[in-house]
Design a protein. Structure first.
Length: 232
């Protein structure tokens, strides 16, 4: 995978150096690729390992609390120190008309002036320095760290609260046991991952051997259940 190094500035283009080699046909505003092998140019040997989709830590915690006839149970999980490739980010981060985009494209690198996104002049602005200029110049490689994210998360997987009725009370209506409970799944999720689910593992080509790739995986639904368990 290629490591990005910001955007090429106008001075990078007019005054190229061995410390910041250019992609072929690069223009100002194109995404810069880091020269990781120090060769003075950009090629396949600059691909490097930028993380692992296998987490270093998988943590689970569960506990049950009881007070008189009440009971409560909590289940929490965490996965730490792993990377996930947000494949769907390439779609959202394409800067194309007619589709939803990330808000960074509201002030991206572009030529000025422009009409409906089509440059009509030669003046150039870097904008916010995040949304790259793509109308001309070098093509951004498919696999870069631009869409590689930490997938770490902490999740409250389940909380259940219940109440068990006294046997003396329910025996009067012919019951042996009765418990009422309220259960909630996927209550809380703390993560900086931009996709719907950092655990997602699917690609647009549906290659089952492709791990750590998220092509618009659907987020886990929050489910609330009210239940009654009775024994006669």
């Amino acid at each position: 995978m290629y490591k990005t190094d910001g955007l090429y500035s106008a001075s990078d283009i007019s005054n190229p150096s061995a410390d910041r080699p250019l992609l072929k046909n690069a223009v100002a505003g194109n995404v810069a690729i880091a020269d990781t092998d120090g060769s003075g140019d950009i090629g396949v040997t600059d691909r490097t390992e930028l993380g692992n989709n296998t987490p270093d830590y998988i943590i689970g915690f569960t506990n049950t609390f009881k007070y008189k006839n009440f009971d409560a149970r909590i289940l929490a999980t965490a996965i730490l120190d792993f990377k996930s490739y947000y494949f769907f980010g390439r779609y959202l981060d394409a800067g194309q008309q007619g589709r939803n985009q990330l808000d960074i494209w509201a002030n991206g690198a572009r030529r000025l002036p422009s009409t409906n996104g089509v440059p009509t002049g030669e003046a150039f602005t870097m904008g916010n320095g995040q949304a790259f200029y793509k109308e001309e110049g070098a093509k951004l490689p498919d696999f870069t760290d631009r869409w590689l994210y930490d997938g770490d998360y902490i999740r409250i997987k389940n909380i259940t609260v219940g109440y068990t009725f006294d046997k003396e009370t329910i025996s009067q209506v012919g019951m042996k046991n009765m418990r009422i409970y309220l259960s909630a799944d996927n209550v809380f999720n703390s993560t900086d991952y931009p996709g719907g689910n950092p655990e997602a593992n699917n690609s647009e080509v549906e290659n089952k051997l492709t791990e750590g790739v998220d092509y618009a995986g659907y987020p886990l639904s929050r489910v609330v259940t009210l239940g009654l368990k009775a024994t006669f």
